[in-house]
Design a protein around this ligand. Structure first.
Ligand code: UD1
Ligand code: CA
Length: 461
C-alpha cells in the first residue's frame, strides 16, 4: 500500500525555553526536523510538515533542502490532533497509509520506521501505534491495554497513578488509513487536563468503532527519544554523535579517546585517517585518507586532502587544504583559506582569505590575510600582511619563489614580484619588481666605546 508521511512540527516547544522553534534546534549539527525528513524520505511517496509560528521563515529553510515537502500551517497550538487536521488536503483524496510522526524525534532511523511500516502493512491494520519501553517513561503517553487488546493512550498529565506505572509508552509514530483520518480526525475532543485535541485519542476512537488497532514495540527504543527540553537535546546529540563515530570506526577511521571527540552528522572521513581526542570535527567537513588530526583541534566546514597533518590545538574554519599539508600546532585558518599541496603553516600563524600555492612555508607567528602567495615561497617568522587601512581591506600579491625575511610588514595593496627577496624587518609599502631585493629599515650605526663615554662599567674579556 502506498504511504505518505505527515510530520507534526507546529508545537511551541515551550519546554525548550528558546526563541528558536524546537524542531530547528540541532542534533549532531543538523536541525531535528531535517533528521526526521531524512529518515522518512525513502519510505514515503510524499511528505508534509505542519508548521506553527514563523511559518514563512521555516518554509524557506525547509524548501532550501527539501523542495518537494508540502507545508501546512497550524495557526493556533491546539494539540497534535488539531495539527494533523490542519493537513487534511494532504491525505483527503489519498488511498493509502499515512505515517504520522512528530518533528521532535532526532534519532529516528529509516530501518526502524520501515520495520514498523512493514508490520502494519503485513497485518493490514487500520491503525498501528509504535510503542517502546524507555528507561524513564515520564513525560510520554502510556499505552493502556486489556490483555492483548489496545484500549487507549493516556497522556502523562491525565494518567492515574496506576497508569503512570505502565512501562510501555507511545512513541508518537502512527500509521492510519488515510480515509479514517479524513472521517474521524474531527471526532477528537479536548476534554483533558491541557484542553488540547490529542491525536493520541484517535486510536481509541477507531478501536471503539471496531477497527483493527495494533501496537508494535520498537526493537531500538533509542530511536524514539523525544526532545522536549535541553537535557533531552543533549542526550539525543550524544547518541547521534556516538552512532556517527561508531560508523566511522567500522569504516576504517581510527578515533582514539573517542569519548572526547565530537564528529557531526554531515562530516565525511576516509579510512586510515587517525583522530586523536579531544577534537571537534563539525559541519560539512570532509577529510581524505591518511590524515592525522591531533589533539585539541576544531575543524568546521573544511575540506582536507590526503596525508595531511593537523597538529595540536589548530582551529580551521571554511578552508580548503590539499594533500600533504602540515598545519599547526596552534594555527588558525579562518574562512577562505586555501592551502595547495605540500604547504606548511606553522605555529601561531593566522590566515584569512589567503591562497598559499604549492610548497609555501609560513612556519611561525604570521598574519596572512587577503593574500595570494606563489609556489615555494617562504614567509619568515612574524610576517604581517597589513590588509586593513581602517576603512577597507586590501590585497597582497606575492609571486613564486619569494623569500620574505622575518618580522616584515607588507602594507597592502602591494605586490612582491617572483624570485624576489624582502630583507628581515622591512616595512614594504611599494611594489617590489621580480628578481629584486627590497629592504626598508634604518641602517645600523655602531658607536664604539659608547658605554665608557657615558661613564658606565664595561669590562671586556
Ligand atoms: C506526544 C504524545 C505522547 C507521546 C510523545 C512521544 C500527544 C498528545 N502526546 O507527547 O503520547 O508519548 O509525543 O514523543 O500527542 N505539535 C503540533 N501542534 C500542536 C502540538 C504539538 O504540531 O498543537 C507537534 C510538536 O511540534 C511535536 C509533536 O507535535 O513535534 C509532539 O508534540 P509534543 O508537545 O512534543 O508532545 P509530547 O508531550 O512529547
Ligand atoms: Ca515530544
Amino acid at each position: 500500500m502506498k504511504t505518505r508521511a505527515l510530520i507534526l512540527a507546529a508545537g511551541e516547544g515551550t519546554r525548550m525555553r528558546s526563541q528558536l522553534s524546537k524542531v530547528f534546534h540541532e542534533v549532531a549539527g543538523i536541525p531535528i526536523l531535517f533528521r526526521v525528513c531524512q529518515a522518512v524520505g525513502p519510505l514515503s511517496e510524499k511528505t508534509a510538515v505542519v508548521l506553527g509560528k514563523n511559518f514563512n521563515q521555516s518554509k524557506v529553510k525547509i524548501h532550501a533542502l527539501y523542495p518537494d515537502v508540502s507545508l501546512f500551517h497550524q495557526n493556533e497550538r491546539l494539540g497534535t490532533g488539531h495539527a494533523a487536521s490542519c493537513a487534511l488536503p494532504f491525505y483527503k483524496n489519498f488511498d493509502g497509509y499515512v505515517l504520522v510522526l512528530p518533528g521532535d524525534l532526532p534519532l529516528l532511523r529509516t530501518e526502524s520506521l520501515s520495520q514498523f511500516l512493514k508490520q502494519a502493512q503485513t497485518e493490514e491494520v487500520d491503525c498501528a501505534i509504535l510503542a517502546f519501553k524507555p528507561e524513564n517513561p515520564s513525560g510520554y503517553g502510556r499505552i493502556v491495554s486489556f490483555g492483548n487488546t489496545f484500549v487507549s493512550i493516556v497522556e502523562e498529565k491525565d494518567a492515574s497513578p496506576e497508569e503512570k506505572n505502565i512501562p510501555l509508552v507511545n512513541g508518537g509514530v502512527y500509521v492510519f488509513r488515510a480515509r479514517h483520518l479524513v472521517e474521524f480526525i474531527h471526532s477528537i475532543g479536548n476534554h483533558n487536563v491541557q484542553n488540547e485535541y490529542y491525536l493520541t485519542d484517535l486510536p481509541a476512537i477507531l478501536a471503539e468503532k471496531g477497527f483493527n488497532i495494533r501496537v508494535f514495540t520498537a526493537e531500538n527504543p533509542d530511536d524514539f527519544l523525544g526532545v522536549n527540553n535541553r537535557a533531552q537535546l543533549a542526550a539525543a546529540d550524544q547518541t547521534a554523535v556516538n552512532r556517527k563515530k561508531h560508523d566511522l570506526m567500522l569504516s576504517g577511521v581510527t578515533i582514539l579517546n573517542p569519548e572526547s571527540v565530537r564528529i557531526e552528522e554531515a562530516v565525511e572521513i576516509e579510512p586510515d585517517t587517525c583522530i586523536y581526542g579531544p577534537a571537534h570535527i563539525l559541519g560539512d567537513t570532509k577529510i581524505q585518507s591518511g590524515c592525522v588530526i591531533q589533539a585539541g583541534t576544531v575543524i568546521q566546514d573544511t575540506t582536507i586532502g590526503e596525508n595531511c597533518q593537523i597538529k595540536p590545538y589548530s582551529v580551521i574554519t571554511e578552508s580548503t587544504i590539499s594533500a600533504n599539508c602540515s598545519v599547526g600546532p596552534m594555527a588558525h585558518l579562518r574562512p577562505g583559506t586555501v592551502l595547495k599541496a605540500s604547504v606548511k603553516v606553522g605555529n601561531f600563524v593566522e590566515t584569512k582569505k589567503a591562497t598559499l600555492h604549492q610548497g609555501v612555508k609560513a612556519s611561525h607567528l604570521s598574519y596572512l590575510g587577503d593574500t595570494e602567495i606563489g609556489e615555494e615561497s617562504n614567509i619568515g617568522a612574524g610576517t604581517i600582511t597589513c590588509n586593513y587601512d581602517g576603512e577597507k581591506k586590501h590585497h597582497t600579491e606575492i609571486g613564486r619563489h619569494v623569500f620574505i625575511g622575518s618580522d616584515s610588514q607588507l602594507v597592502a595593496p602591494v605586490t612582491i614580484g617572483e624570485n624576489s627577496y624582502v630583507g628581515a624587518g622591512s616595512t614594504i609599502t611599494r611594489n617590489v619588481p621580480p628578481c629584486s631585493l627590497a629592504i626598508s629599515r634604518a641602517r645600523q650605526t655602531i658607536i664604539r666605546d659608547w658605554p665608557k663615554k657615558k661613564g658606565k662599567k664595561c669590562s671586556q674579556s
